[in-house]
Write a protein that binds this ligand. Structure first.
Ligand code: KG4
Ligand code: ZN
Length: 340
């Protein structure tokens, strides 16, 4: 596709404002991410209105920084890719409006990208071999789901969480343990000092054998453990939880066991030799090492993006955008954002 190689990607679906320049769907020339974590930390989670306003304040600066880092002028860009679904509507609209304006001003093709499909695509950008068909696990703050993936543009859901996403469970347990937001990195760091076998927290498995996840029972079990089995008691302060590191490690182990079991079970059922693991929780070191080892034991390769491309970023948007462009799936200036 000569002349359509350089894609500017824009991502603003949740609490990261991001822009990237990617050549040919794989070569990442720049990837700039402004995280709003500090702005949401005092609320213990993402506040949609704060997120939308912050995206508006940052979006042009982030796009400029991505162009500058890549050593590319806006005139050199061949197409614009933007996340249009799913996400917080006020956040999505900021990125989509910026992308439409740039596409209109420069007369460039516009492609709208599905955020979850882009997370999966991120696992393939740093490798040369193509993994299709495979099973993909997307595990983030908003999603925990398994897909049958036949190509970058063809994902079929084969099971999802019935309640909380895994990242959300990390964030809630972090709060209970008096650690910060986002919780994943904080819980994971404390878990390094604890015993993952100290407390037998429950592992969900659907009674009817169907594929899927549930983390609300696990989260409640952690809360009961910390409150000494008395739910009416308020959550004790961090200093009054003597086995905090063991709680963190045992919780993390329970999440990892469920994610690995369910993903490898799906890989066996689908008869595939590759599993892709994407999304913010794919940064988790225990998940990376146990998925890799247990997959290898059954002759399956597990692939993860580098940590910077696990969490929300725009390189994955530009990358998948290039695939959509190649397939002729461009959007026009009436393109709309969809929250779910
Ligand atoms: O993909 P992402 O950046 O945003 C969404 O699309 O949701 O994922 C953010 C989630 C947060 O819940 C965060 O706590 C979790 O990923 N996370 C982790 C780790 N790093 C980030 N969870 C466990 N271990 C980590 N090291
Ligand atoms: Zn995400």
């Amino acid at each position: 596709m000569p002349g359509r190689e350089l894609v500017l990607g824009i991502e603003s679906s949740c609490d990261e404002t991001a822009a990237a320049i990617v050549r040919g769907g794989r070569e990442i020339l720049s990837s700039v991410v402004h995280s709003q974590a500090a702005e949401h930390a005092r609320w213990g989670g993402v506040v949609p209105e704060v997120a939308g306003r912050s995206h508006l304040a940052q979006i042009l600066r982030v796009v400029d920084a991505a162009l500058e880092k890549a050593g590319v002028a806006l005139e050199d860009v061949d197409a614009i890719a933007v996340t249009a679904r799913p996400g917080l509507i006020g956040s999505l609209l900021v990125g989509l409006s910026a992308a439409k304006s740039l596409a209109w001003v420069r007369g460039l093709p516009l492609v709208t990208v599905h955020h979850i499909e882009a997370h999966v695509y991120a696992t393939t950008m740093e490798h040369d071999e193509t993994p299709w068909p495979c099973v993909a696990l997307v595990v983030s703050g908003g999603h925990t789901a398994l897909y049958r993936a036949l190509s970058p543009l063809s994902l079929e859901s084969i099971g999802a969480t019935r309640d909380d996403a895994a990242g959300e469970a990390f964030d809630k347990v972090s709060h209970v343990l008096g650690l910060g937001y986002p919780g994943g990195p904080a819980v994971s760091a404390l878990a390094q000092q604890g015993n993952p076998r100290a407390i037998a927290f429950p592992r969900f498995r659907a009674k009817d054998g169907t594929t899927g996840f549930s983390f609300s029972g696990l989260k409640t079990a952690v809360l009961y453990h910390v409150r000494g089995q008395d739910a009416s008691r308020s959550t004790p302060g961090p200093a009054e939880i003597p086995d905090r590191a063991d709680v963190a490690a045992s919780f993390e182990q329970a999440v990892v066991d469920v994610l690995v079991d369910e993903t490898l079970r799906a890989a066996r059922r689908e008869g595939v030799k590759t599993v892709l693991v994407a999304g913010g929780v794919a940064c988790n070191r225990r998940l990376r090492s146990e998925m890799t080892a247990r997959a290898a034991a059954q002759g399956v390769t597990a692939r993860f993006p580098s940590p910077a491309y696990c969490t929300d970023n725009a390189a994955m948007i530009a990358g998948l955008g290039w695939e959509l462009l190649r397939a002729g799936r461009t959007a026009d200036l009436t393109a709309d954002a969809q929250p779910s």
